[in-house]
Design a protein around this ligand. Structure first.
Ligand code: GLA
Length: 387
């Protein structure tokens, strides 16, 4: 199921029509799927995401009057116009806040921008947990960086995109989504360590497919639950007297687990074990051991469901259906949770049976049509090759 839109052609045409000129450049930033390591990034832990072959594409041109004109092709060709001075979130046009946020943060970092015309479109499903908002942020940051020669590296682009999300969209997200969108490597997942903030590409096996299974259930109330989980982790670390949950390995935590009340104990146990699973999973990939990798995915799902309590009926059903298919090594919910997608590791030669079995089973039992995507690991943000 290859994305069928020609995003560069669409944004170029929309830019010309609405803004009356040719764009000076086109830039893209991908969405992501996380293979394992969930709710660990904001605890200085490990994650293993890959950038996917679905992205946001931005057409951009500089202006000289410190004004921004912004066209969202997918939001019914909505246009916003605003000045770079005194940028604030706009509660009446929330879709534009990711862009406002990125531009405000660039300015705060000392880059005085001349003004920009921007048009963007994307094929990362919105609200599905595949980081469509990070893709918008990183695409706009990349466009400004490259078009205006700001000299920012992927980590800096990711950091200011994350800060834009905190201040302009109100989610206290970690850095994973923006960093993988900025720094992804084709054909690889990245094992990212959020203590040192360093990463290593881990090659994905050519004979296995990464299948993203969208439950169709969107994430209502996810932001407040997310911020609450984050606060619980901080409280757990405080009570155990460690700077972050990363300081605890499985043995040292389990020795002290009873010091925590039951709810915090569940939350912290998930994070500590998930960090261990993620490192083992990266080793399993490198060692060509899909059976171990898949088992760790399944354990991660159970932990997110039972200990971290961020799964949903739909995600549990999807993961169970995927796990039950021949040629599927493992499956789990992915992203923040409460809705969105599961991810499965599947033998390529089993896909013809896997896809209809999971889609059909889910539709019958959930009374909702899912969307299944076989994803390729793509490169991080950059210019779109001009044809
Ligand atoms: C969301 C956040 C990420 C990360 C995941 C959970 O995607 O944006 O920073 O915390 O949830 O792993």
């Amino acid at each position: 199921m290859v994305p069928d839109r020609d995003l560069p052609a669409e944004v170029r045409a929309a830019f010309r029509q609405a803004l009356g000129a040719e764009p000076a450049g086109l830039y893209r930033a991908p969405g992501r799927v996380n293979l394992i390591g969930e709710h660990t990034d904001y605890n200085e832990g490990f994650v293993l995401p890959m950038a996917i072959d679905r992205a946001v594409v931005v057409a951009a041109a500089p202006r000289t009057d410190r004004q921004v004109r912004l066209l969202a092709v997918d939001v019914e060709d909505q246009v916003a116009a605003f000045a770079l001075d005194g940028l604030q979130p706009d509660p009446r046009a929330r879709w534009a806040n990711y862009v406002r946020g990125v531009l405000a943060l660039l300015e705060r970092a000392g880059h005085r921008l001349p003004g920009l015309d921007l048009a963007y479109a994307g094929d990362v499903p919105i609200g599905a947990g595949l980081s469509s908002s990070a893709a918008v942020e990183v695409a706009v940051a990349t466009a400004a960086n490259q078009l205006l020669g700001l000299g920012l590296r992927p980590l800096e682009l990711a950091r200011l995109s994350q800060q834009a999300e905190h201040e302009f969209a109100g989610t206290q997200c970690g850095l994973m989504d923006q960093l993988i969108s900025a720094a992804g490597v084709e054909g690889h997942a990245l094992l990212i360590d959020f203590q040192s903030i360093t990463w290593q590409p881990v090659p994905l096996p050519a004979d296995k497919a990464i299948v993203v299974c969208d439950t169709g259930k969107r994430r209502g109330l996810a932001d407040s639950a997310y911020n609450e989980r984050r606060a619980q982790c901080e409280e757990g670390a405080r009570r155990l007297g460690v700077p972050s949950l990363r300081a605890l390995d499985v043995a040292s935590f389990e020795d002290r687990a009873l010091e925590l009340p039951p709810l915090l104990r569940r939350r912290v146990r998930h994070v500590v074990h998930e960090n261990a699973r993620t490192r083992r999973a990266a080793e399993a990939l490198r060692a060509g051991d899909p059976a171990l990798f898949g088992r760790l995915m399944n354990e991660s799902h159970a932990s997110l469901r039972d200990l971290y309590e961020v799964s949903s009926e739909e995600l549990d059903l999807m993961a169970a259906l995927a796990q039950a298919q021949p040629g599927c090594w493992g499956a789990r919910m992915t992203g923040g949770g409460f809705g969105g997608c599961a991810v499965a590791l599947v033998d390529r030669d089993a896909l013809d049976a896997f896809l209809p079995a999971v889609a059909g089973g889910y539709e019958r039992q959930a009374q909702r049509r899912p969307a299944l995507y076989v994803c390729r690991a793509s490169a991080g943000a950059g210019p779109v090759a001009q044809r």
